[in-house]
Write a protein that binds this ligand. Structure first.
Ligand code: SF4
Length: 248
């Protein structure tokens, strides 16, 4: 079973780059490479977190059904200031008949509070909050060398996946989804427990499109088993690039 890769999200109508850039330095980041090549401004090409505030004036495309508009897909929105995040929320409120998706590898940012415990941000019902959980390991077993481990922080400087899962569980009043992409080795029981606790509307799953990176990815049968288990537990799974691991 090998499925052809779709674009980043097949349900996405467009991206509004109000925020761009990221400091998480994921080894597999395709956005950084694209921005380095096609970025318009120096900041775009440097890929450091920055904003294009004027883009809040852009009329978003219509969305219907499962469709959504991403904001800040070329980067991670968690690097934006509180003020900018509130501006983005205002934009989503202004276009309340559209659906927006905000994705971060630091979802704790979505639920930050001020010094007296008041939430900093209130996301409206037309916003889906998304988080990537490529693995549940901090130390990922090497896919090719038995007994060797790869620290997650050599693959990405984003918060540890366990911390992300914890934050996603705490998000209770918003629409939310999880993306397991690019899928890395995982423990089935732990991954299933996390997803059950998070209870996302749906889950995207897919391998990295660049097989040459040789990420510590699971075998095709392990991924198939995860998909089957998630579906068996009543979750909607949206499959993206499903292929054999680089070592198969
Ligand atoms: S978090 Fe996303 S945007 Fe940032 S480096 Fe990783 S893949 Fe790229």
């Amino acid at each position: 079973m090998v499925k052809k890769g779709k674009r980043m999200y097949s349900d996405r109508r467009e991206n509004n780059g109000i925020t761009e850039g990221c400091n998480f330095k994921c080894k597999y980041c395709a956005f950084e490479a694209l921005q380095k090549r096609f970025g318009v401004t120096e900041e775009d090409r440097a890929y450091t977190p920055h904003t294009h505030i004027e883009r809040v004036n852009k009329k978003p495309k219509f969305t219907s059904g499962d469709q959504f508009i991403t904001i800040g897909l070329n980067g991670d929105i968690s690097f934006a200031s509180d003020e900018v995040i509130r501006l983005i929320i205002g934009y989503c409120v202004q276009w309340s008949d559209r659906t927006f998706l905000l994705q971060s590898k630091n979802p704790a940012r979505f639920i930050e509070t001020d010094e007296i415990g008041t939430p900093k941000f209130y996301f409206p019902s037309n916003v889906i909050l998304a988080c990537t959980l490529e693995t549940n390991y901090s130390l990922i077993p090497s896919a090719s060398v038995k007994g060797e481990y790869i620290p997650y922080n050599t693959i990405s400087k984003a918060p540890d996946p366990a911390l992300r899962a914890e934050a996603m569980v705490k998000i209770r009043d918003n629409r939310k989804i999880v993306t397991i992409e690019p899928i890395l080795l995982f423990n089935l029981d732990v991954m299933l427990r996390w997803i059950k606790e998070i209870s996302p509307e749906f889950i995207y799953i897919g391998y990295n499109s660049n097989i040459k990176l040789k990420l510590p990815e699971p075998s095709l049968s392990e991924t198939t088993e995860l998909i089957k288990s998630l579906k068996g537990n009543g979750f909607e799974v949206r499959e993206k690039l499903i292929r054999k691991a680089f070592y198969e």
